[in-house]
Design a protein around this ligand. Sequence first.
Ligand code: GLC
Ligand code: CA
Length: 538
Amino acid sequence: MYQIYPRSFQDSNGDGIGDLQGIIDRLDYLNDGTTRSLGIDGIWLSPTFPSPMKDFGYDVSDYEGVHPEFGELATMDRLIAECHRRGIKLLLDYVPNHSSDQHPWFIESKSSRTNPKRDWYVWRDPVAGGPPNNWRAAFGGGAWQFDETTGQYYLHSFLVEQPDLNWRNPEVVEAMHDVLRFWFDRGIDGFRIDVVGMILKHPEFADNPLNPAWQAGDARHSKYLNAHVLNYPDVFPAVRGIRDVFDEYPDRMAVGEVFGTAEEISQFYGEGGLNGLHLAFNFQFISEHHNAVTTPWDAAILSRILSNAEAAIPSGGQPCYALANHDEPRFISRNNADGRGRERAAAAAIMLLGLRGTPFLYYGEEIGMIDGEIPEDRLRDPARFRTRGRDPERTPMQWDGNPGRGFSEAEPWLPYGPDDISVVSQEGDPGSLLELHRRGIWRRKLEPSLLRGSYNELDGMPMGVFAFERQAPGARPVTVVVNTSTEPRTVPLSSLVSRQGDRSRPCLFSFRMDYDSGITACGASTWIAPYRKALGTS
Ligand code: GLC
Ligand code: CA
């Protein structure tokens, strides 16, 4: 799966903002049916709906339209058709927790206490002359906004301009289910679901408990645990309700943006019967705890994340990993303290493509885009006022090294990254990240063990090396070896086959980090044909 941030993929009409026609024009890059293309199977588009763009589309003012900057409904219909013609699935971004304050539902809701849509949002009386409780907004500040006209507060878990919908009201549930049907009827294959773990909170609006680990001087937003607003038990029946709508249509898929421990993530798959979301993101390669420090690139940590994930996920459930997205610093920028981020990105790509589960690739990661340096006067993300801004990871796709990067003829909405990182400069270079991704993605399709195989971590690895084996019944096993250290490591071949492995038909999907000459053996597979003979040697 490939995540596109629509404002930043391709501008087709010279306004400096990416759009749907631009995406259509670039579909062959993503998958033209040959190994010259990236070979992705599906796209997730960050929000494309009409929006005042306070949170760049995550503030939706009409769930059943297309923002004029991106195109029209007819353009979306063409994008769907063009994707399907190439065998690409298309997922939109469903934002159920909140709408824009400019959504007609909210405009009605706030017009009076007796408006029929009043209860479509979360309104509460002041308590002791102040907000109803201690809940905080994710972008900082309190989560309640006082409305002078009606004398009540409304809940906004994000920006003031993003009022939370009231999923305890059956009319809201029905209206939001109809949004899904609207797009399913147009041929959309599924949705990524925005902060789905927040759609139902504590019914009595109890204060969030104090975080016992918090100390004076720590960030204010971490003073309270979010126990009553995130992954509250009432969320799960609502998730099943959403799943039921997916099941009204054949072959539709839901992937949830969820946060928490491996156990919490696994709950979104449904209890026992896999009747929840088809996939729930595990973001722990980015950070192990929501809003915490980023995960270091380290074999022991990767091993821990994966064993927790594999232990928690219900049987039959498919894991789902991402190394980057539109909310977090880019992979290389997170892992570049010693200037070796690019090598780590290559290793990480092979790991991601080798793992059990559905990998999500954020646009530009395949060419190793780095966080943009955005001058103060060009910052756009409103979250920057209170938390770290997200503009650096949203800069335009770097198609070529020209001044407009092949993205636009006009001044782009965010400044461009360096001109030496681009699709054109990497195309055909076997040592490039782009070609590595192409080989890895197409290889994966050819290996039943990579698509459907079991996952077994291999032990006995040297310090800094993490290895696992994948095996589907009757198919040859595939071993993935990841050296997270900054030095060459020697791995005894005898440890590269698990006890369960079929020793007669081994194969190795490996790479070696070599900082002097670049990556010497990577990606598409280094077959060790005379493996048997080699067993026991290094
Ligand atoms: C999700 C989105 C993020 C957005 C927020 C509010 O975390 O990924 O971009 O700002 O929800 O919708
Ligand atoms: Ca445009």
